[in-house]
Design a protein around this ligand. Structure first.
Ligand SMILES: [Zn+2]
Length: 155
């Protein structure tokens, strides 16, 4: 996939200090088009779609935010919405603002932990974007799928 001017502009908004202090790309040397293409392949190899990952993440995010900073239980998950203050725009540049919440989650059955931001639910659903490698909130699709307990539909 060739990087379009729109993706080039989005990539600039993902730099550290543009929209967020840490930015969205970490230490990833790939351009945005390549990151999107690689993760698209990774999700397809899992037999999943971005929407399926985003739907579960959205449900857990809403539950966590409903706890107003106190831990909440949801199935095998213990969730907490921290730093839930303010809003920020999507780096892909369309209008609208997203709540600036960090969700901390732990599976009580495996002890595994994962953190994500409320904006990432939108980034995955609308853009198939999981952040760059080395970014503090990068979600590796196979790690996320395992954490959520998502398995591909039977063939
Ligand atoms: Zn967006």
């Amino acid at each position: 996939m060739k990087q379009s001017p729109q993706l080039q502009a989005a990539q600039a908004r993902m730099a550290p200090g543009a929209l967020t202090m840490d930015g969205f790309l970490g230490t990833d040397p790939r351009d945005l088009a390549e990151i999107l293409e690689d993760d698209e392949g990774a999700v397809r190899r899992l037999g999943l779609a971005h929407e399926a990952l985003a739907a579960d993440l959205h449900r857990l995010t809403e539950r966590a935010i409903g706890g107003f900073g106190a831990p909440v239980a949801e199935g095998p998950f213990e969730l907490c919405a921290c730093e839930a203050m303010g809003v920020l725009p999507c780096p892909f540049g369309e209008p609208g603002l997203h709540p600036k919440a960090v969700i901390e989650a732990r599976r009580t059955d495996t002890g595994e932990r994962l953190s994500w931001t409320a904006l990432q639910v939108h980034l995955i659903r609308a853009h198939g974007f999981y952040e760059g490698r080395g970014s503090p909130f990068r979600l590796e699709p196979p790690v996320l799928a395992r954490f959520l307990g998502l398995h591909p539909p039977p063939q």
